[in-house]
Design a protein around this ligand. Structure first.
Ligand code: ADP
Ligand code: ADP
Length: 229
C-alpha cells in the first residue's frame, strides 16, 4: 500500500496558440489505505488526472508521488498500480481464470503462486464457479468482477478506477458498489475512484475530491462536502 500525493499537478493539451489548460494545479494528499472518489461533470478533467496518476498521460507541471516515488520519473513497468476501466478490457478468447492469471504469467510468477492468487481473488469476488467460462458467457456485473479480479491478483500498491460501473444498469450498480466496499474493507488498498455520479461518490468515498473545470473545488468527507452551500 502507498499514499498518493498530488502536488500542483497541471495538464495542458496541445501547443502554442492551440494550447488548452485542462488541469490547473491540483493539490491532494491521499492517505495509505484510503478510498477517495474524484467526482465532477463530464469534461472537468477527472480522466486526465487519473491517467496522469497512472503514468499513462504526460504531466505538464507539478508532481504525482506514490509512496516515496515520483510517478513522472518511473517506467510504466515500475508503477505498482492496477487500473479498472468501464469497458472491462477482458480478453474474449481466454477463460475467467486465464484472464486473471495472464498478467502474472507475463511477470513470470511461479504457477503455484499464480493459482493461489487467482483462487483467493475468485473467493473474494465469488467467481469460483465461473473460472472456466469465457467473458461472452458472463453477465455485465460478472465481467466487471473479473476485471477487478485481474487488478487484485497483482497486489498493487494502488487501485485506480475509471467509471467502472457506468456501463451497468441501476440495480447492478448498487450491488457492485457494495462489492467494491467489501473489497476495500478486506484489502485496504489505497484507491482513487473516478465517477460523474454524485450518489456513487457519496456512498463509496471516505473522502471526495470535487472537480470542476480542472480545479479541485472541495476535498473532504461526504458530510463535509454536502454541509457547504
Ligand atoms: P472527464 O474525465 O472529467 O470527463 P477529461 O479528463 O476526459 O474529463 O477531459 C478534460 C478536458 O480535456 C476536456 O475538455 C477534454 O475535451 C479535454 N481532453 C481530453 N483528452 C484530450 C486530448 N487527448 N487532447 C485534447 N484535449 C483533450
Ligand atoms: P497453459 O499455461 O498451458 O496455457 P492455462 O493457462 O490454461 O495453461 O492454465 C495454467 C494453470 O492454471 C494450469 O496449472 C491449470 O491447472 C490452472 N487452471 C486453469 N484453469 C483453472 C481453474 N478454473 N481453476 C483452477 N486452476 C486452473
Amino acid at each position: 500500500m502507498a499514499s498518493i500525493q498530488l502536488k500542483q499537478v497541471r495538464k495542458t493539451y496541445g501547443k502554442g496558440a492551440k494550447a488548452v489548460d485542462v488541469i490547473h494545479g491540483i493539490d491532494a494528499d491521499i492517505a495509505d489505505g484510503e478510498f477517495i472518489v474524484m467526482v465532477g461533470p463530464s469534461g472537468c478533467g477527472k480522466s486526465t488526472l487519473l491517467r496522469m496518476v497512472a503514468g499513462l498521460e504526460e504531466i505538464s507541471g507539478g508532481e504525482v508521488v506514490i509512496g516515496e516515488r515520483v510517478v513522472n520519473e518511473l517506467e510504466p513497468k515500475e508503477r505498482d498500480i492496477a487500473m479498472v476501466f468501464q469497458n472491462y478490457a477482458l480478453y474474449p478468447h481466454m477463460t475467467v481464470y486465464e484472464n486473471m492469471a495472464y498478467g502474472l504469467k507475463i511477470q513470470g510468477l511461479p504457477k503455484a503462486e499464480i493459482e493461489a492468487r487467482v483462487q483467493r481473488a475468485a473467493g473474494i469476488l465469488e467467481l469460483q464457479a465461473l473460472l472456466d467460462r469465457t467473458p461472452r458467457q458472463l453477465s455485465g456485473g460478472q465481467r466487471q468482477r473479473v476485471a477487478m479480479g485481474r487488478a487484485i491478483v497483482r497486489k498493487p500498491a494502488v487501485f485506480l478506477f475509471d467509471e467502472p460501473l457506468s456501463n451497468l444498469d441501476a440495480k447492478l450498480r448498487v450491488q457492485m458498489r457494495l462489492e467494491i466496499q467489501k473489497l476495500h474493507a478486506s484489502l485496504r488498498t489505497t484507491s482513487l475512484y473516478v465517477t460523474h455520479d454524485q450518489v456513487e461518490a457519496m456512498t463509496l468515498g471516505q473522502r471526495m475530491i470535487v472537480m470542476n473545470k480542472g480545479v479541485a473545488e472541495q476535498i473532504g468527507t461526504p458530510a463535509e462536502v454536502y454541509a457547504r452551500p
